[in-house]
Design a protein around this ligand. Structure first.
Ligand SMILES: Cc1cc2nc3c(=O)[nH]c(=O)nc-3n(C[C@H](O)[C@H](O)[C@H](O)COP(=O)(O)OP(=O)(O)OC[C@H]3O[C@@H](n4cnc5c(N)ncnc54)[C@H](O)[C@@H]3O)c2cc1C
Length: 543
């Protein structure tokens, strides 16, 4: 690291944009960084040559997706041309044009946390060679990159197969493999059969907040996650405005990234992404959590206690044989990054709640021709303010209609038509290019059914809701199975809010501490950092 002031290099051909953004960055950095601007690759290279060695820390350029914006293309071209010249001590970010305040906040939040974390000390380059990848594969990758705040270069060449490369090494196109190759998730030193004090299933807000507290309480903790760490909060289109401490709201991706970083601060907390919990065997005294890796390997993790924090998956349409359309025009849930893909296309949003309303407005403002198809009336579930905006902005709203069939193009297999039925109009047909389904969620509990964990409507029942569970001995968030607790959206009666999930994660760890004190035999003697009962007993403030 150089002794001179660290530098941020901002490359953009538009002088007004450059000047405004540079001013904004300078005001955020309050003198801690110098901001150097350049109009093109040549200027940028010259500026880099003038900088003291090692001082360049961040390069910001425009992103290519806005193909109609020549400026953005030039910005990207500049970056692509000079990318080999950027020293590997610098992070490179690209921005859509024009960037919104949230885009900039995301960038700085990701970069700020990157600077704080040793895992980011060596920035690495992600390149995708498209090969003959299908649109569905490309779309899935774009969504993965968005949810995990990863920037990459897209190359059209590179052979037949889709290849995701990190630092020139091909990696599996999954969150776990890419995050691992990027060094974002610290390597787990403990062996797979390590006897953990606590295994948390799900790295969403509830599981991650529990991990923070469990690490602080001295529990050796494993968090397993089968998708992108951070959970569903990252999928929110609008900023999350109801989470305490962020009066102007915070983007879901930023909140999720920061939550993962926070949970990983404790040396007692391990996070293994790319792993799915497949069954639970509650023994006496310990619990086996059976897992499967994305490579297909199965093994059991031994735990003193287990916290179920798997949240919800999007609810699927109740129509036959539509799985093949997923990613080929049919999408469960809409992400902010989808807006760029859908400009100028016919988009149907199925659903009548807030998420559907936000998605409809997102696509409408991105220049799509939007149709809303809702089984109920929008007034049933959509908040009044949002509904007023949706009614004003989206011309084509069909309420009280059922989607009964989807049709695909015979050659390409892509979605082309949606058929609906309603009492007033009977059968109707909608020609579409894409369809986003936002009809609520279902709890991720199918894997738990054989375990004997009590559920109602597939949601986990805990504490006072358990029959006879009102006694003073029932711990909060305890399920009917000894040592197994549940928090967040997976529980029956959840408010489905980040704040509630986070609060429950905290409170559940307090319950788990009590459980461990009452049942010391569950701890594996000697091997676990929390096995020292004197230390467990000394945890203050709990009884
Ligand atoms: C589109 C959208 C917008 C939202 N907007 C807001 C908002 O503005 N404000 C607000 O407060 N809340 C909002 N929410 C709700 C909020 O995101 C959730 O309440 C919160 O994320 C719940 O946290 P959780 O930890 O319980 O579950 P989740 O966030 O769902 O996390 C659970 C994690 O567990 C993983 N998992 C599941 N099963 C397994 C398994 N078997 N093995 C391994 N891992 C598993 C999942 O992959 C997931 O990452 C929104 C939700 C959505 C979908």
């Amino acid at each position: 690291m150089s002794d001179s002031k660290p530098e941020i290099l901002l490359i953009h051909p538009d002088p007004h944009f450059r000047r405004d953004l540079a001013k904004q960055i300078e005001s955020w950095c309050v003198g801690a960084f110098g901001v150097v601007t350049a109009a093109n690759a040549g200027d940028a290279m010259a500026a880099m040559n003038d900088m003291p060695k090692g001082s360049l820390e961040l390069v910001i350029s425009a992103r290519i997706e806005h193909l109609d914006l020549i400026m953005a293309k030039r910005g990207w071209a500049a970056l692509a041309m000079m990318s080999n010249e950027v020293p590997d001590t610098a992070e490179v970010f690209t921005l859509p044009l024009p960037p919104s305040r949230e885009d900039l906040e995301d960038l700085f939040a990701c970069w700020g946390s990157a600077r704080r974390s040793e895992a980011f000390a060596v920035p690495r380059a992600v390149t995708v060679h498209r090969g003959t990848a299908s649109t569905a594969q490309i779309r899935a990758l774009k969504r993965l990159f968005f949810l995990n705040a990863i920037t990459c270069k897209w190359e059209a060449d590179g052979g037949e197969e889709l290849a995701v490369m990190v630092d020139g090494r091909t990696v599996r196109p999954s969150p776990a493999s890419i995050l691992d190759a990027l060094g974002r998730i610290p390597k787990v030193d403990r062996p797979p059969d390590f006897p953990y004090d606590l295994v948390i299933v799900g790295a969403g807000p509830s599981g991650l907040s529990a991990a923070v507290c469990a690490g602080a309480a001295g529990f050796s903790t494993l968090v397993i996650e089968n998708d992108s760490p951070g959970g569903k909060a990252a999928t929110s289109i609008n900023p999350i405005k109801n989470y305490l401490g962020f009066p102007d709201g915070i983007s879901g991706v930023t909140l999720s990234q920061l939550a993962v970083q926070h949970a990983l601060q404790s040396p007692l907390v391990d996070l293994r992404p790319g792993i799915r919990a497949t069954s639970l065997q509650v023994g006496n005294p310990r619990i086996d959590v059976h897992v499967e890796t994305e490579e297909g390997t199965s093994y059991a993790v031994s735990a003193a206690t287990v916290l179920l924090a798997g949240g919800q998956d999007p609810r699927r349409l109740e129509i036959m044989n539509h799985e093949g359309l997923i990613g080929r025009g049919l999408h469960y849930g809409a992400l902010k990054c989808d807006q760029l893909e859908e400009g100028g296309r016919r988009v149907a949003v199925i659903g009548g709640g807030d998420s559907a309303g936000q998605a409809a407005l997102l696509f409408e403002s991105g220049g799509s021709d939007v149709t809303i198809l809702s089984r109920g009336e929008l007034s049933d579930k959509m908040s009044a303010d949002l509904r007023a905006d949706v009614i004003q902005e989206v011309g084509d709203i069909h309420e009280k209609c059922d989607v009964i069939c989807l049709e695909a193009d015979k050659d390409t297999g892509a979605l082309t038509e949606i058929y609906t039925w309603d009492e007033r109009h009977g059968l109707e047909r909608f020609k579409v290019d894409s369809c986003y389904v936002m009809i609520g969620g279902v709890p991720c509990t199918a894997w738990l059914r054989p375990s004997g964990v009590k559920m109602k409507s597939d949601y986990v029942i805990t504490d006072a809701r358990l029959r006879g569970g009102r006694g003073r001995d029932t711990l909060m968030f305890a399920t009917n199975r000894p040592g197994v607790f549940a928090v967040g959206d997976i529980r029956i009666g959840s408010a489905r809010r980040v704040g509630q999930a986070v609060g429950q994660g905290v409170a559940a760890v307090a319950s788990i501490e009590k459980y461990v004190r009452r049942n010391p035999a569950v701890l594996e003697g000697g091997q676990s950092p929390a096995a020292d009962m004197a230390r467990i007993r000394s945890i203050s403030g709990t009884n």
